[in-house]
Design a protein around this ligand. Sequence first.
Ligand code: DGT
Ligand code: CA
Ligand code: CA
Ligand code: ZN
Length: 582
Amino acid sequence: MSAPSPVPLDNRAVARVLIEIAMLLELKGDNPFKIRAYRNGADIVANAAEAVAGLDEAGLRAWSGIGKDLAGRIREIALTGDCAVRQDLLKEFPATLLDVMRLQGVGPKTVAMLYRDLHIKSLEDLSEAAKAGRVRALKGMGAKKEELILRALEERQRHAGRHRLDQATEVAEALVAHLKQYAPAADVVTVGSVRRGAETSGDIDILATGAERSLTDAFVSFPGVERILGHGETKASILLRGGFQADLRLVLPEERGAALQYFTGSKAHNIALRDRALERGWKLNEYGLFDPQDQPIAGSTEEDIYQALGLAWIPPEMRENRGEIAAAADRVLPALVEPGDLRGDLHMHTTESDGRESLEAIVSAARERGLEYVAITDHTKSLAMTNGLDEDRTLAHAARIRALSRTLKGFTVLAGIECDILPDGSMDLADDCLAALDIVIASVHSALQQDEAEITARLIRAIEHPSVDIIGHPTSRMLLRREASKVRIEKVIDAAAANGVALEINSQPYRLDLSDSHARLARDRGVKLVISSDAHEIPALGFTRWGVLTARRAWLSKDDVLNTRPVAAFRKALRRQRAKRI
Ligand code: DGT
Ligand code: CA
Ligand code: CA
Ligand code: ZN
């Protein structure tokens, strides 16, 4: 087998390595300016529109914030997947210490001390030491800090080994590209929870059809492999740096559909499907659908398998055993919303608050993405760290937004705001100011620890405000980082239905809030949804990809999502417009 050069890392993968270097330098207590340079560099690389792998050193240095040394490191990482600086640092500190550093509330100085004084190298070591009461004895620690560490460890345990959809997809796409270099004629696809668009994934599953067995060798030689967990003739398993596990399976063309179906899952969907086969006296597994004499009935395509079982083909996002099999049998599966259906994006920030882009820049980027309208929704004054807007600034900003909109042909910019919902449920801006805007999102950003009754009443009060059109990220969850608030979502959904307020699917991949199941409940109770990027920089406009997947997992069709409508129809559907007509 020929050995092509490794696929260059994409920007975000490069950024991750830079952050690791910064973390290792922090452990070492190295020069803060140098550490900052790596962190800044990671930020710049992650947000750049151009792939760093395609640039030479001079090209990289043309970017502000990237000096000569950093440019060299970035190139080395982009082309080889690693760099000597990182390798040298890892001679001083085990890589598992980075996991300890990522623990909530544990800073580099503490980690360095834990390593030096207690020889703690990993989360397991830390857990043992904290449980034995050895951590409290360290200088500046005490019983209270030890307790906080134990709680953070518990929290992490609950999310152990799972990864966000965007990160899992990125790694899966890189793996598929790597394998395709070695087997250009084979069919190589991502299956498992990533294909289903699940908000987090335990591991990555790849299926290759029509490839030589040596493809497993190429798989285990993917740059960034930390450890090979298994390496057989038709199956291999690897652990990647950053904690991802990935499985590859090779199958024959006549089994492709069955394997695709089986390894896409979910397990619950597969079990329900297999029961349906059993009812007919058939057998369904990853090799095919078979009659009692073990003669194949279907196997080469997914469609054939579903059809043989009396079902319409079910989109992967719906395969969770949440009623999709009955709907497929009755031929009433919804036509799911698609990325190309989105005409508007209703949540984005500019430099007026905490966005990185000017109004003009983000609007022109949205336009280039093929959208027909956007709403500019900066933060309000109680979020002081975002430089949130008061009434005067809101109205002046709105005037600039409308002036810009008038200069554009075939594109509309709506003057909006993401108004903070204060702890008592009142709005952060005066009523007449909110009424003067084209669109208002109301969101909770503080006092997230309120009890169920309080936070639910707070959101309902916001929904009842006559100028609120949309509730932004309704539960405030941060995937794998922060639990949702205690809000009773059914009550919020019912209030939204009663008041004609739309609920947001916030597409930031660490939010995806509403979640798939909440969005489904909202749809079932007659609430309209919007899919918004909440972009604070240009590349983040692409986050709606994740929001659309979540919407599809919620069974939403185009009609359920307001920002699939042309701008005039969209505006008519907003609560403020309907309120005026009454
Ligand atoms: P994950 O990795 O936890 O995010 O979730 P999945 O769905 O990717 O699960 P994974 O990687 O364990 O397995 C991939 C697919 O293989 C899964 O979705 C369905 C299928 N599968 C795995 N184990 C079983 C099983 O015991 N029975 C059946 N029927 N299917 C299974
Ligand atoms: Ca998986
Ligand atoms: Ca797996
Ligand atoms: Zn927000």
